[in-house]
Design a protein around this ligand. Structure first.
Ligand code: FEO
Length: 397
């Protein structure tokens, strides 16, 4: 398999996983890539390895350029198994003189592989190494995505090798942002941020500030998933600024499930109210929706309206599962409201309001709960709730 030249002496040598559809629960409908980069200088340096099972694909691309045994340095930016699962096999073949990694990364790999005889050299923020004509500067980025994470910057080339940050689960035969369906790329980048990076948004803001403070000019971003950003580099950085500051679009999502269609009728009446105020709205019924796609819409929308019937004094399982997932991803800065039907006890609206409070949403209505089935009057109340949400969204602009 071929290596792909990014710039003089820098090559993509990763692997394409066309068929993965479930990435620890994240739906990867377009597959993904595990990216590695080879920089040929006096010290030949490999940045990251690949998921276990994809080592041969990576090594065959490296062999296009150099004999893998000639590689001097390995930089491990992140130890999650989608990047370091192939570490052991690759290290046994290339036998690097040095492996640059953070302290947490070293501890993690020693535990993953139950060995401590690797030639690790600790990388810390602002440490730099000279590899010939070029320099590599490291910045630790704990929790973007794991405690071990770091990024590598090559100042002479203005290239950032960013591991998970700025990535997307997007398998394509093209390697650059200007060669693929750009709408699909932005959609996958947003989905990746919403489902992987969102909880660590304050750290993303710190990282963007650190990059500015250090004066790193970035022309090309090489992430560990998806394509290399060489044309729209500024745009993806701007999107990370927007998403990490919890800035959403002036629209609403209504997320619900239903047993006998009463809660569903309420959802559609709420949407009517939102749309009548000229605010865009989207509805997601959880029994037929993918939660990772729904989470993307949550991140992108200012308004968040949650609905569930009461079942066994609680939420429907699909709603309980989704709000648990959503809460862990820590969306912020939402305008929220809740609704649901019930037969006798009616706890669902209270429980959904608690969730909205936990994610620090501005709850703009006490919520609507309707016994058994809505009638014309109660559907009107739902429509009014939608209008209140929509007006709040418009006022937040
Ligand atoms: Fe792509 Fe956090 O690993």
């Amino acid at each position: 398999m071929e290596a792909v030249k990014i710039k003089e002496d820098l090559y993509w040598v990763g692997a394409i996983d066309w068929n993965v559809r479930n990435f620890h629960g994240y739906s990867t409908l377009r597959g993904t890539t595990y990216n590695s980069y080879l920089l040929v200088d006096e010290k030949i340096t490999l940045f990251d390895t690949v998921k276990y099972g994809f080592e041969e694909e990576m090594l065959s691309r490296i062999r296009n350029i150099v004999n893998p045994e000639k590689i001097n340095y390995l930089v491990v930016n992140h130890i999650e198994p989608d990047h370091a699962g192939g570490f052991l096999k690759v290290v046994e073949i290339i036998k690097p003189e040095k492996i640059f990694i953070t302290k947490k990364g070293k501890e993690g790999l020693e535990k993953y592989f139950h060995r401590s005889d690797f030639p690790f050299e600790e990388a810390v923020t602002e440490k730099e190494i000279r590899i010939g004509k070029r320099t590599i500067k490291f910045i630790e980025t704990p929790m973007i995505h794991w405690p071990d994470s770091m990024i590598s910057y090559i100042p002479e080339e203005k290239i950032l090798i960013s591991q998970d940050a700025f990535g997307a689960h997007y398998a394509t035969s093209n390697r650059f942002d200007d060669e693929v369906d750009y709408c699909a790329l932005i959609q996958e980048s947003a989905k990746y941020y919403a489902n992987i990076v969102l909880p660590y948004s304050p750290r993303v803001q710190n990282l963007l500030k650190t990059i500015k403070d250090l004066g790193f000019e970035i022309k090309i971003i090489c992430p560990d998933h998806g394509v290399v950003w060489r044309k729209n580099t500024g745009e993806i950085i701007k999107l990370y600024e927007k998403w990490s500051n919890y800035i959403a679009d002036p629209k609403a999502v209504i997320i619900y499930d239903t047993m006998w269609k009463s809660t569903e009728k309420m959802a559609y009446a709420i949407m009517e109210g939102i749309v009548k105020e000229n605010v865009e709205a989207r509805i997601f019924k959880l029994s037929v929706s993918d939660i990772t796609d729904v989470m993307t819409e949550v991140m992108l929308a200012k308004g968040l309206v949650l609905g569930s019937p009461t079942l066994n004094n609680g939420l429907m399982p699909t709603v309980a599962s989704f709000v648990h997932y959503m809460k862990g991803l820590r969306p912020r800065n939402k305008i929220g409201a809740a609704f649901g039907s019930y037969g006798w006890s009616g706890e669902s609206v209270k429980l959904l309001n608690e969730i909205l409070n936990e994610i620090k949403a501005e709850v703009v209505h006490e919520g609507i709960k309707i016994k058994f089935a809505p009638d014309r009057e109660t559907l009107k109340q739902c429509e009014e709730l939608g209008k209140i949400v929509a007006k709040k969204i418009k006022n937040s602009l």
